[in-house]
Design a protein around this ligand. Sequence first.
Ligand code: ADP
Ligand code: MG
Length: 316
Amino acid sequence: ESKRGRRRDKSQQATVEQVLDPRTRMILYRLLSKGTLLEINGAISTGKEANVYHATAKDGTDKAIKIYKTSILIFKDRDRYVTGEFRMHKAQIPCPEPILLKNNVLLMSFIGEDGVAAPLLKDATFPDSKARELYLDIILMVRRLYHECKLIHGDLSEFNMLYFKGKAYIIDVSQSVEHEHPHAMEFLRKDLANITDFFRRKNVPTMTVKELFEFVTDSSITTENIDAYLEQAMKISSERSAEEISEQEKIDEEVFKRSFIPRTLDEVVDIERDFRRTQTFEGEQVLYHTVTGLKPDLSGPSQVPLLLEQVTGQNE
Ligand code: ADP
Ligand code: MG
C-alpha cells in the first residue's frame, strides 16, 4: 500500500484498522469525507461488544464514536435498542447526546473535557456528602427512564455511568429493554441492586432494593408528592441499622425470586381471585403491585403512594 493511499483514507488509521469490516470502514470514511468529522483518534475503550473512539468534529469539538462489533445481520434487531439513546435525551436524562446512528456506528457528544473522557462513576472521587445527592439524582433518572422513556437500562451500575462536573451521566443504553420484555422486572431489580450496593459502600443510607423498586415503578408518585415521598423514604432508611437492612433484603430477595410480578393490568390474570385472596388472608399483599398502578389490595387504582397513605389518608 502506498503512502499516498493511506493518507487519502483517514478511516484506515492504525488504531481503527484491524477490527473493522469493510462496511463499517465505509461508514467512517463517509463521516470523514463529508466533513462531519475531522479525524477519528485513539480508542477510549475497547470491549467485547464495542469499541469507543475519540473523534474531532469539523468545528473542533470532541466527539465519541462507538462502534459495535456485532455483525450487520444481528444488528438489524439491535438498531431498535440503540434508539434508547435518543429516547433518553428527550426525557432530559443526563447522557451523551446522540448525533448519528448508522448501522453499528453511533456518533455522540463527548462527556469530558479537552479530549479527556470523564471518569466512570466507580473511579470518580467525591465526598461522602456528595454521594447522597448523586444517589437521589440517579434514582430519579431511573424513574424518568422508566415512566417517560418506558425503558429499563438493563446494565446500569457504576461501570455505566460517568461522573462529570458533579453530575452522573448514564451511558451504554444499547441493551435497554421495554416494560414488555419477559425479563424486564428482573433487569430493573438488578439495576437497582447495583445502584444500592454502590451507594451503600459510599455510606449512603439507601432504601432497600424493594423500596427503591417501588419508588421507581409507582405511578401514583407525582410531581406534587415526590419530594414528600423521598423525604419519608430517606427518613425511614436513615433510621435503620445495617443489620436490619441486610436481614430485610435477604427476605425481600427470596420473595422476589419466587413471586410473579404483573407488569401491566393485562397480566393480573385473575383479578377477582387475587382480590379475594387479599381479602381472605389477613394482610397478604400481591407482591410488587406498584408496577400495575393498583392499590395493594387490588381494589382499584392507587391515587396516593402507599408510603404517604398513612400520612394523608387520601386513598380511602
Ligand atoms: P461497552 O459496551 O464496551 O461497555 P460503553 O458505552 O459503556 O461501552 O463505553 C465504554 C467506555 O467508553 C465507557 O466506560 C467510557 O469510559 C467511554 N465512553 C463511552 N461513551 C462516552 C462518551 N460519550 N464520552 C466519553 N466517554 C465515553
Ligand atoms: Mg459499558
